[in-house]
Design a protein around this ligand. Structure first.
Ligand SMILES: Cc1cc2nc3c(=O)[nH]c(=O)nc-3n(C[C@H](O)[C@H](O)[C@H](O)COP(=O)(O)OP(=O)(O)OC[C@H]3O[C@@H](n4cnc5c(N)ncnc54)[C@H](O)[C@@H]3O)c2cc1C
Length: 377
C-alpha cells in the first residue's frame, strides 16, 4: 500500500512518457526544453532500456544505396525525400542536444559492399544522386572499388563498393548514458523496472496503471506518450507494428584491423562497423523473416552461423578472431517503413515504429511528438 507521502508527491505529472529508449528520452527532454517547469515522468519496464536503443549497431546514417533505392521504389519521390530529410534533421537535433564528443560521433563515412550481380546500377546511382542533391547540395553516392583491396575484403565475393561521405557512427552505450544524464539535469524523473499494463484516457486526466512487485500503481498526467516501439501493439492493437529482431556479434579487438567506418550489404540487411579494433556485425533477418518477427530476445544458430560465415570468408578472410559478445534487440517495422507519429485521443499520442533507423530519426520524432503533447492545453 502506498503512503500518504508517496501518493501526495510521486503520482501526478504534467506529462508521462512510456519507454526510456532513444525516442522516449528525447521526447521527455524535448518537452522540458520547450516547457522547463513541466513535471515529466518516464516509465520503463526494464532495469535498462529494453528494446532496441541499447542493442543497436550505432550507425548514424541515411542508409545504404540499395536500401535507399528500394525505399524510393516503394515510397515514391516526395515521401522518400521526406524520410531522408527527417533522418538528416533528426541526426542534427540529436548531435546538437548531446554534443558529438559525448556520443562519440565520428564521420568516417559509410560504405556498401555490392555482391554478385549487383553491377547494373549506374543509372540508378545517377538518379538517386540527382534527387538527393536537392537535400545535400553535394554528391552522395560514389563508386569506390579501391576500398575492397585497401580494407582487405574478399575480392571473389565483393564485386564493387560504394562510398557515402555523409555517414557517421556513434557509441550506442555512450549516447544512451549521455541522454539519461541530460534527462537528469533537466529534472526528468525516470522510473525503471515498472511495467505499464493499462492506460485509461476516459477522465480529465490520463491514468497510467503500472505493475511493480505484484503491486499496481496508478500515475496520472495531462498527456501521455507511447514511446514503446515494437511493444506498442499491447496498447494500440490496430496500428501496423511488426516486430523484427536484429541479432549481433562483436569480436574481441583484432590488432591491425584494416578498416574504419560503417558498412552494409544486401539492402542493409547486413551491417558491420569497427569499434576501435573490434568488429560489430549484425543482421541476417532476411534469412528467416518469419522466425525473426518476434519480441523475444533470443539468438539463433542459423543467423549466428551466417554472420560468422561472412566474417570469416568475406570481411576478414584469413585473419583469426574471437567472438566476445552475442546479443539481439527488437525493432518495429511496417510495410512502408515509415514511423508512426500521431495523436490517438485527447490524452494519448504515439511516437513509435522507428524501422531500424532510430538513431537518426528519434530526435525528429521526439520534436513532433512533444509538440503534439504541448499543443493540447
Ligand atoms: C540489432 C539492432 C541494430 C540496429 N542498428 C541500428 C543502427 O545502426 N542505426 C540506427 O539508426 N538504428 C539501428 N537500430 C534501430 C534502433 O535501435 C531503433 O530504431 C531505436 O532504438 C528505437 O528506439 P525507441 O526508443 O523507439 O524504441 P526502444 O529502444 O525499443 O524503446 C522502447 C522502450 O519501451 C519500453 N517499454 C515497452 N513496453 C513497455 C511497457 N509496457 N511499460 C514500460 N516500458 C515499456 C521498452 O522496455 C523499451 O526500453 C538497430 C536495432 C537493432 C535491434
Amino acid at each position: 500500500m502506498l503512503s500518504f507521502w508517496e501518493q501526495n508527491t510521486f503520482l501526478a505529472y504534467d506529462y508521462i512518457v512510456i519507454g526510456s529508449g532513444i525516442t522516449g528520452l528525447n521526447t521527455a527532454c524535448a518537452i522540458k526544453e520547450k516547457e522547463p517547469k513541466a513535471q515529466v515522468l518516464v516509465l520503463e519496464k526494464g532495469a535498462l532500456p529494453s528494446g532496441a536503443s541499447t542493442k543497436n549497431a550505432g550507425f548514424a546514417c541515411i542508409g545504404s544505396f540499395t536500401e535507399k533505392w528500394a525505399d524510393y521504389q516503394r515510397l515514391g519521390e516526395s515521401a522518400f525525400l521526406k524520410l531522408i530529410d527527417d533522418r538528416w534533421v533528426g541526426l542534427y537535433l540529436l548531435r546538437k542536444r548531446l554534443g558529438d564528443d559525448n556520443i562519440n560521433f565520428i564521420n568516417y563515412g559509410g560504405f556498401e559492399l555490392l555482391l554478385n550481380n549487383q553491377l547494373d546500377i549506374e543509372d540508378k546511382i545517377n538518379h538517386l544522386n540527382n534527387l538527393l542533391f536537392k537535400l545535400f547540395k553535394k554528391q552522395v553516392f560514389y563508386h569506390a572499388p579501391q576500398f575492397i583491396e585497401k580494407f582487405g575484403f574478399n575480392k571473389t565475393m565483393v564485386d564493387t563498393m560504394l562510398f557515402n561521405p555523409f555517414e557517421g557512427q556513434i557509441d550506442t552505450g555512450q549516447l544512451m548514458k549521455t541522454l539519461m544524464n541530460y534527462a537528469g539535469i533537466l529534472q526528468i524523473r525516470i522510473i525503471n523496472g515498472i511495467n505499464v499494463v493499462e492506460i485509461d484516457t476516459e477522465g480529465n486526466r490520463a491514468k497510467v496503471v503500472c505493475k511493480h512487485d505484484q503491486q499496481l500503481i496508478t500515475f496520472t498526467a495531462k498527456q501521455v506518450c507511447l514511446a514503446t516501439n515494437a511493444f506498442t501493439s499491447q496498447f494500440l492493437p490496430n496500428e501496423e507494428i511488426i516486430p523484427g529482431r536484429g541479432q549481433v556479434i562483436c569480436t574481441a579487438p583484432i590488432p591491425g584491423l584494416k578498416f574504419t567506418g560503417i558498412f552494409q550489404f544486401d539492402e542493409g540487411y547486413y551491417y558491420f562497423r569497427n569499434y576501435g579494433e573490434r568488429i560489430i556485425f549484425g543482421g541476417g533477418r532476411n534469412l528467416d523473416f518469419e522466425g525473426e518477427t518476434t519480441t523475444s530476445f533470443d539468438i539463433t544458430d542459423r543467423i549466428q552461423h551466417q554472420l560468422q560465415f561472412f566474417l570469416e570468408e568475406m570481411i576478414i578472410p584469413e585473419t583469426p578472431f574471437q567472438i566476445e559478445y552475442r546479443w539481439s534487440g527488437i525493432m518495429a517495422f511496417n510495410e512502408q517503413k515509415t514511423p508512426l507519429v500521431k495523436r490517438i485521443n485527447n490524452h494519448l499520442v504515439v511516437g513509435a515504429r522507428l524501422n531500424g533507423m532510430g538513431i537518426a530519426l528519434a530526435a525528429k520524432i521526439a520534436d513532433e511528438v512533444s509538440t503534439l503533447m504541448l499543443q493540447a492545453k
